[in-house]
Structures are given as structure tokens and as C-alpha cells.
Design a protein around this ligand. Structure first.
Ligand code: GDG
Length: 466
């Protein structure tokens, strides 16, 4: 039994008066593994917890109830490491938006400090030869720091965002340290072969290190790189669709939207998700067709509200929604329903099932799980997915209606075509995509990564500095 330590910026819990576990895709993906292996999850507790006594109590409860090991990070460090370096510097750059990217030396210092706290804690907790799986851009320095403290560990790293081209990544003032940090891992995974290719060429051009097929010669050890397209926990969705709550919500929505075609968009309110341009496409569509029988439901969950770019985006979206509604609404008929709140899981599944069309049109997106979730919630195969060619998911779902999210006229036409498709056409295109997701689900994704990590050959470890 090989022990696994899973590491992410935040633990999947919300701590208020009580501890509430949250159920993201990663939690479900790892459920199977947890049942049969020693498992621990290390991450920030979320929110400031200042009293040492409270920290001890929480740590004990999280460990005994869930196998989680919380790290308590001060508010000041969170602002610099998380809001600053991770979300205002790295996130925009990884998404090809250098003009949104801000750099501040103090942010990087905090990022190093927090990554080091993760490394120290894991080094202390990990059994000999354990597997450690690190997730995402908040922890790019961690693989190297951890490798230096504990060379026996098999360290995996998975990037949930795109890895951009060299020309973009080179803009970052800390580009070399970040790459060296990543190359401390034994295995690095990406969603698509495009991201892997960019990583490989960035390593060559910035560090002068060649790669052979799927191996990069690191400092002291070789690094394997691979493609692992993340998927969704299909069982969780299929099970939810048999629940009474789901049926009740679906019935409620069907009554509320009787006689209407429903188009849905679901995302965190984030400038990478392409919402303003989608609204422009909708405006063009309404102007051209004059259709009164289409309702657009936008679920835009609040996200990173302390970052100014997100505050500006919210204002822009609200302005555009209200202009469309002002121009095209009539009494009893409002075209765009903008919901700046989270909806619960059974409602979300019911909305996916209800929707005739899903518009998933990010400007750039590592994968995009919403596209896959929509398809799985269409057991009768009757729906249309309009999907940005710049979402990682487009590589796997070629039968979708693929659009360029910068081309609003093309998106408007795609919407018109989607609404005019016959049921046979809709089913013919949706069925193979749904089959693919059922076959390659989140459990398979996690299983493949962990198996490859466990298979890393540590005997080829070279002397330091080789
Ligand atoms: C990052 C990468 C990559 C959204 N609104 C509600 C809700 N959600 C859930 C969706 C989906 C998740 O949030 C969003 O996942 P995405 O993949 O679409 O996007 P990011 O949050 O940006 O995730 C992305 C992902 O990591 C995984 O590697 O695909 O490219 O950016 O699961 O369902 N869930 C509920 N209510 C909502 O209102 N219950």
C-alpha cells in the first residue's frame, strides 16, 4: 500500500462554526483511491485562523474526520501569495493575458515563503517513498523545495491551467525560478499536448534543457512529462439525476420555461471565460433574428472578488446584461437571466438537463469541466454544445459546435444553427462525446496519473548538480 499525499492550495472544506466538506471534482476523483490506500490531503485551511488553540482543535478535527492536514497562513501572506502572486500575476499570464498581469517583488517573497511552509510540512508528514501529488499554479516552487528536503519521495505535479507559449511565459520576472521549481517534480502533467509542447520549448529556451520524447533532464534527476486530460466524476452526476430533488427542480424549471428554448452558461465570474463577448454575440443574435422564445441563463459564481480586474469585469457584465434586457425585453419576457450566485448541485444538474444549448466560450481555458458536465446531464442525447476552440476540452470534443470566442458574428450564427438543428442531428453529435466522457472520467484521470507517478524509476537519480 503506497501512501499518497495530495496537495492543493486549499483544503476542500469550509470552516465556519462547523466544518463543512466541499465536494469538488478532485475530491470525487480521489474517492476510490482513498478507500484502498493511506491518504492525506495538505492545504491551506481557508480564511484566517489566528488563535493557536483554535488551530490545534481544527487540525485535530480535520485529521480525524477527513485525513486532512491544514496549514494556517496569515491574512497578510494570503493577500500577497494568493490574491497577489497567484491570482494577479500568474493566473493572467498563464491565460495569455500579460496586460492583466501585475508583478510585485513582495508578492514573490510571500509565494516563496508559503511554498516553503508546504514543503516543510509535507517533508515532516510523508512516510518514506510516499507519493506526493501537487496541484496547480499556486505551488510551482513546491516540487523543487520538497525534492531537496526529501529526495526519496515521488513527486507529481499537475497544472490545471494552460501552459502558455514561451513568448508569453518569458514575460514573467520570476520565470526561471518558477521553471526550476516545477522541474523538482518526477512527473509533470498537463491537460493537452499543446500545453506540454509549450512547456518543453520554454524549458529549452529559458534553461537550455533538451527533452527526449517525454523526459526532461532535470537537476539531479530526470522529469517525466505527460498529458492527462482531466474529466468529471460521472457517477456523481448519474446518481444525482436519479434523486427526487433533481426531478423536482427539473419539473419546476420546465414549467417556468414552458414554450421557451433555454441557453445556459455556467462559470466563475472570470475574465478568461469570455462572458462579455458571449453577451455581444447574444445581442447580435437577438437583433438579427428578433426571436422572443429564447431565454439565456447565466450562472456566474462570484470569484476572487478582492482582485480589481474581477470587480471591473462584474461591472462590465452587469452593464451589458442590462443593455440587452433594456433593448429586447417585453412585459413577462426577459431574455438574459444573470445569476451572480452559486446554485446547488441538484439544481445545476437540472439546469444542464433543461438547457437546449450550452454556450461554453472561454477566451482560453485549461480544460473546462462545464462542457463535460452539460453532456453527461443529457442522457437522452438531445442538446447542443457550443464550445470555444480555446478550451482544452475542444481537443476531446470535436463533435461540438466549435467557435472562435473572439468572432462574435460566428458565435451568433452558431447559436442560430444550434436552435434550428433537428433532434436527429443533435443526438448524432452529442452521443459520441457523452460516450467519451463516460469512458474517460475523473477516476480514470486520477488513476492514470497516480499509476504513472508510482511507476517513476527513482533508481536513475543522479548525483546533485548533474
Ligand atoms: C480550473 C481551470 C479546469 C460553477 N458554478 C457552479 C458550480 N460550478 C462548478 C462547475 C465546474 C466548476 O465549478 C468549474 O470548473 P471549470 O473547469 O469550468 O473551471 P475553473 O474553475 O476555472 O477550473 C479549468 C479545471 O480547473 C480543472 O482542472 O478545467 O480549465 O481553469 O465543476 O460545475 N457548481 C455548483 N454551483 C454553481 O453555481 N454546484
Amino acid at each position: 500500500m503506497v501512501a499518497l499525499i495530495n496537495v492543493s492550495n486549499r483544503l476542500p472544506v469550509t470552516i465556519a462554526n462547523t466544518i463543512k466538506p466541499s465536494s469538488g471534482g478532485l475530491v470525487s476523483a480521489l474517492e476510490g483511491y482513498r478507500k484502498t490506500h493511506d491518504f492525506m490531503w495538505v492545504g491551506w485551511s481557508g480564511g484566517p485562523v489566528d488563535s493557536p488553540r483554535r488551530q490545534r482543535e481544527l487540525a485535530e478535527e480535520l485529521k480525524s474526520r477527513f485525513g486532512y492536514h491544514p496549514l494556517f497562513i496569515s491574512q497578510q501572506d494570503i493577500e500577497a501569495y494568493y490574491t497577489g502572486f497567484s491570482n494577479s500575476s500568474l493566473w493572467p499570464l498563464l491565460h495569455y493575458l500579460p496586460s492583466y498581469s501585475r508583478f510585485d517583488h513582495n508578492w514573490f517573497e510571500a509565494y516563496k515563503k508559503v511554498n516553503f511552509v508546504f514543503a516543510e510540512n509535507i517533508a515532516e508528514l510523508a512516510e518514506k517513498d510516499a507519493l506526493v501529488w501537487v496541484h496547480d499554479y499556486h505551488l510551482m516552487l513546491l516540487p523543487r523545495l520538497l525534492h531537496e528536503l526529501r529526495p526519496d519521495l515521488r513527486i507529481g505535479y499537475f497544472l490545471h491551467t494552460p501552459f502558455p507559449s514561451y513568448e508569453i511565459f518569458r514575460c514573467h520576472p520570476n520565470r526561471q525560478e518558477l521553471l526550476e521549481g516545477l522541474l523538482g517534480a518526477d512527473l509533470i502533467g498537463f491537460h493537452t499536448s499543446g500545453y506540454l509542447r509549450h512547456f518543453r520549448s520554454t524549458v529549452l529556451r529559458l534553461l537550455g534543457r533538451e527533452s527526449r520524447i517525454n523526459t526532461i533532464a532535470g537537476k539531479g534527476h530526470d522529469v517525466t512529462i505527460g498529458v492527462y486530460p482531466i474529466s468529471i466524476p460521472t457517477d456523481k452526476f448519474l446518481q444525482k439525476m436519479t434523486s427526487a430533488a433533481y426531478s423536482r427542480h427539473l419539473e419546476e424549471y420546465r414549467r417556468a420555461y414552458a414554450g421557451k428554448k433555454v441557453v445556459i452558461g455556467v462559470e466563475r465570474l472570470d475574465y478568461t471565460k469570455g462572458v462579455p463577448r458571449r453577451l455581444e454575440a447574444i445581442e447580435a443574435f437577438l437583433k438579427r433574428t428578433g426571436r422572443k422564445d429564447v431565454v439565456f441563463i447565466f450562472i456566474n459564481v462570484p470569484s476572487r472578488e478582492s482582485v480589481p480586474a474581477y470587480q471591473a469585469l462584474r461591472r462590465e457584465i452587469e452593464h451589458k446584461v442590462s443593455r440587452i434586457n433594456g433593448n429586447f425585453a417585453s412585459i413577462g419576457n426577459i431574455p438574459v437571466h444573470f445569476i451572480h450566485q452559486s446554485v446547488n448541485f441538484s439544481r445545476l444538474c437540472a439546469l444542464y438537463t433543461l438547457a437546449d444549448v450550452a454556450m461554453v466560450t472561454p477566451l482560453v481555458d485549461g480544460m473546462n469541466l462545464v462542457a463535460k458536465e452539460y453532456l453527461i446531464c443529457k442522457p437522452d442525447g438531445d442538446g447542443v454544445l457550443i464550445l470555444s476552440e480555446f478550451a482544452g476540452a475542444a481537443q476531446e470534443l470535436p463533435q461540438a459546435s466549435i467557435v472562435n470566442p473572439y468572432d462574435t458574428a460566428q458565435m451568433a450564427r452558431a447559436l442560430e444553427n444550434a436552435l434550428n438543428r433537428t433532434p436527429e442531428e443533435r443526438q448524432k453529435r452529442l452521443a459520441p462525446m457523452r460516450r467519451r466522457i463516460l469512458r474517460y472520467n475523473a477516476q480514470r484521470w486520477a488513476g492514470d496519473f497516480i499509476a504513472d507517478l508510482a511507476g517513476v524509476d527513482k533508481s536513475v537519480e543522479k548525483g546533485a548538480g548533474a
